[in-house]
Design a protein around this ligand. Structure first.
Ligand code: DC
Length: 237
C-alpha cells in the first residue's frame, strides 16, 4: 500500500493535501460493541496498510481519568467540555485507562453532547491530517461511521453475540488474574451495550453503508483476514 499520490488527494483551500481517494476519506471507520474484536482488527489493519490508528475509546477514558484526578464533578458538562478542548491529544494516553473507575467515568462523559463535540474535532483532525504523514487512518469506536467520518472509504460494523463477547472478556480478565465471574462479566457487558445503544447522542448503530462483520464463530485471525480482504478491495493494497 502506498500513501495517497498527489493525483488522488484533494486540495483544501489552504493548499494542504487531504488523504482522499475518489472523494472519500482514506479512512477505515470501525464501530461495534464492547469485546467484539474491533480494536484488534483496527490495530492490525493500520499496521498492515501503513495507516495511523486511533482507539477513540481511549479519548473518553483519558478524559474520564483526568477528570477523576482533578476531582471534577462528572455532572459538570461545561467544565468537562473545556477540559476536552484544552487537553493535548497525547495527554489522553495514560496507564490507568483500563481501570474500572475510569471506564465508568468514560461512559458518563461519553453521553454528553458538548464533550462529544469537542472530542469529534480532535478525531476529525487526526483523520484529515494523519500523524507522521501516513496515507490513511483507522479509527475505532461507536460513532465513527455514523457521525465522525461519514465519508470514510470503508466502514465496518464488527459484532458478535453476547455470549461470545462475554467469554472473550472473561478469559482476558482471567489471564490478568482478575477474579470476576462469568455471570458478572456477562451482566456488565449487557449493561454497557444497553447504555451505548440507548443514549440520545451518537448511539451505537451501524452506518447505512457499513459492512457487517459478525465474529461470533471466528477466531481473531479469521476476523482479521476478512477485514483485510475488504480493505484490500477498497484501497487496492
Ligand atoms: O471502547 P471503550 O470501552 O474503550 O470505550 C470507553 C467508553 O467510551 C464507553 O463507554 C463507550 C464510549 N465511547 C463512545 O461513546 N464513543 C466512541 N467513539 C468510543 C467510545
Amino acid at each position: 500500500m502506498t500513501d495517497a499520490s498527489p493525483s488522488s488527494a484533494d486540495t483544501t483551500p489552504t493548499g494542504q493535501n487531504k488523504p482522499r481517494q475518489d472523494g472519500k476519506l482514506r479512512a477505515i471507520a470501525i464501530d461495534g460493541p464492547v469485546a467484539s474484536g474491533k480494536g484488534t482488527i483496527g490495530r492490525r489493519l493500520a499496521q498492515q496498510l501503513g495507516f495511523s490508528y486511533l482507539d477513540t475509546g481511549s479519548l473518553y477514558r483519558g478524559l474520564g481519568a483526568i477528570a477523576l484526578e482533578q476531582g471534577l464533578d462528572l455532572d459538570d458538562e461545561d467544565a468537562l467540555t473545556d477540559l476536552a478542548r484544552t487537553t493535548s491529544p497525547e495527554a489522553f494516553q495514560r496507564d490507568d485507562l483500563r481501570k474500572e473507575a475510569v471506564g465508568e467515568a468514560a461512559s458518563i462523559v461519553a453521553a454528553m453532547a458538548k464533550v462529544r463535540g469537542a472530542l469529534a474535532d480532535l478525531q476529525r483532525r487526526f483523520a484529515e491530517q494523519p500523524p507522521q504523514g501516513k496515507g490513511g487512518v483507522v479509527l475505532d469506536g461507536r460513532d465513527i461511521g455514523t457521525v465522525i467520518l461519514p465519508d470514510a472509504a470503508l466502514k465496518l460494523f464488527v459484532t458478535a453475540n453476547e455470549e461470545a463477547r462475554a467469554k472473550r472478556r472473561f478469559l482476558e480478565l482471567q489471564k490478568r488474574g482478575d477474579s470476576a465471574t462469568y455471570a458478572r462479566v456477562l451482566s456488565d457487558l449487557q449493561a454497557r451495550d444497553e447504555r451505548d445503544r440507548s443514549r440520545t447522542t451518537a448511539p451505537l448503530k451501524p452506518a447505512d453503508d457499513a459492512i457487517l462483520l459478525d465474529t461470533s464463530e471466528m477466531d481473531a485471525e479469521q476476523a482479521f483476514e476478512r477485514a483485510f480482504d475488504l480493505a484490500s478491495q477498497t484501497f487496492g493494497a
